[in-house]
Write a protein that binds this ligand. Sequence first.
Ligand code: URA
Length: 260
Amino acid sequence: MQEIEKTLADFINICAASLGIAEEMLAEPTVEGVAAVESTAAMESGAVLPLAYLIAEDAEVYADTAHSAISAISACTACRLCETRTLVVPGEGVENPLVMIIGEGPGADEDRTGRPFVGRAGQLLDKMIASIGLSREKNCFIANVVKCRPPGNRNPSQDEIDACFPYLQKQIVMLQPKIILCAGKISAQRLFDSSLGINAIRGSFSEYDTGIDGSAAIPLLATYHPSAVLRDESLKRPAWEDLKLLRSKLEEMGLDIGLL
Ligand code: URA
């Protein structure tokens, strides 16, 4: 319990620091807050941005909402996926990422650990992005269109995607990624606002409009889901083409990706 309390305290201090809020303004960890952190295992990695930070509208409301927001996402019942999930999977990575990668929804491994893309597909995703100098530890943030596992790995339904989408919209606004990369059809259709298949959507950039006045549109690209690449070797080459396109765009934008 002591260990969990320390984690929560550290976590709240990180939130405070990110938003310039004095530590004293934040309440002591509550039992509910501890339980929420306990159930959001991903936060313990330190690489994960707390969802409270992503949900709060601004720094002023943040102090009030920190605990309730953490509890809210862990206790989210906006759709039926809450009935069968083990852990909510908010996402993980760095703040102001070069690339925000958006997948479909948690699978069994993610549901168990509370972390996105940690199963076989996730391992491939890590390798794919590493090939162009990207990683969730250094310069990416990885999330999903739905934060809870669809049972039996079925696709999330439209109403589940709609119920969860406000969380993703807030994440995008708060994280301010330089580029968004959709992994797979479900994510691509939602972010591109398209009913086309992944073959038609991938391969060229579009733009994601955050809907916030004065905020620039974010370059948007889609590629195959790593699970599809695992199933079908012939997708490796076009997926690689997409990654090269992504890397060229980062370079064109003058962003420092570091050495390969
Ligand atoms: N597939 C996804 O789309 N997301 C995950 O987090 C894991 C597998």
